[in-house]
Design a protein around this ligand. Structure first.
Ligand code: S3P
Length: 176
């Protein structure tokens, strides 16, 4: 039986806030892969990208995912690029139902523009175009990994969490 829920999806779809709400409702522990990576590296995601490059970040992401995938009774908020290395999804799938959160490019742009620290992959001249292109490339990876899909564009955090729970109830491989 699976006891974890892993949230995947593009930057700005609400993986962290929804994950926290979901963990509370399900009485599970919340784990955010980006925070665990920062902890392991002893520096921020932005510093890892800037000083060590994306490849080093992806290696850390693989290591941390491997560790977290072994644990139980978690709600896991993954980084937006988790799907780029298939090994991550293979490892997560063993113990986790994989929930794909989506949002329209417009909503993603708005949400990611309101934050104080810009995400390293969105530091481009034309952010709207950057999002569109990255989203187009990644969509098939997210779709392939997903056990279920929920659009967060118009939903409040708690309703997204409730929708996930009602879908989890129908999932025979999941131990609620
Ligand atoms: C990334 C998303 C970020 C973070 C890193 C790379 C990506 O996480 O892991 O900046 O490749 O989409 P969020 O999706 O939580 O912003």
């Amino acid at each position: 039986m699976k006891t974890n829920v892993a949230l995947i999806g593009f930057m700005g779809v609400g993986k962290t806030v929804v994950g926290q709400a979901l963990a509370k409702k399900l009485n599970k522990e919340f784990a955010e892969l980006d925070s665990l990576i920062e902890h392991k590296a002893g520096k921020s995601i932005n510093d890892i990208f800037q000083q060590d490059g994306e490849i080093t970040f992806r290696e850390l992401e693989i290591e941390v995912t491997k560790e977290v995938a072994k644990r139980k009774y978690l709600v896991i908020a993954c980084g937006g690029g988790i799907v780029l290395n298939k090994i991550n999804i293979d490892r997560l799938r063993n113990g986790s139902v994989i929930v794909y959160l989506t949002a329209s490019p417009k909503v993603i742009l708005k949400r990611t523009s309101n934050e104080e620290e810009e995400r390293p992959l969105l530091k481009t001249q034309n952010k709207a175009l950057g999002i569109q292109e990255l989203l187009k490339f990644r969509k098939p990876f997210y779709k392939r990994a997903a056990d279920m899909e929920i659009n967060t564009s118009k939903l409040a955090i708690n309703s997204v969490a409730e929708q996930i729970i009602s879908k989890l109830k129908d999932n025979e491989s999941f131990n609620l």
